[in-house]
Design a protein around this ligand. Structure first.
Ligand SMILES: [Zn+2]
Length: 80
């Protein structure tokens, strides 16, 4: 299972628009960041539980990929 806590993405500071890189884990835990541009505190707000939805989507996408690779492997085996 891939640990998506270490996936990173950029968020824009609401004050100065400076992009700060955060990790999925920070968003999931609703961490507070300090903007590297203006030093404002940015409270990460996951009010719609988007993190949980994303985690579920990533898990299901990976499961699909695993099934595809598996069937691909079987196809290759049949050809030899
Ligand atoms: Zn800022």
């Amino acid at each position: 299972m891939i640990d998506i806590d270490r996936f990173s993405f950029d968020v824009e500071c609401p004050e100065c628009r400076f992009a700060t890189k955060i990790f999925y884990r920070d968003a999931r835990l609703r961490d507070v960041l300090i903007c590297r541009g203006c030093k404002a505190n940015i409270q990460l707000n996951d009010h719609m539980n988007e993190c949980r939805k994303v985690r579920r989507q990533v898990s299901s996408a990976i499961a699909d990929l695993e099934r595809t690779i598996e069937s691909f492997g079987k196809t290759i085996r049949l050809n030899f």
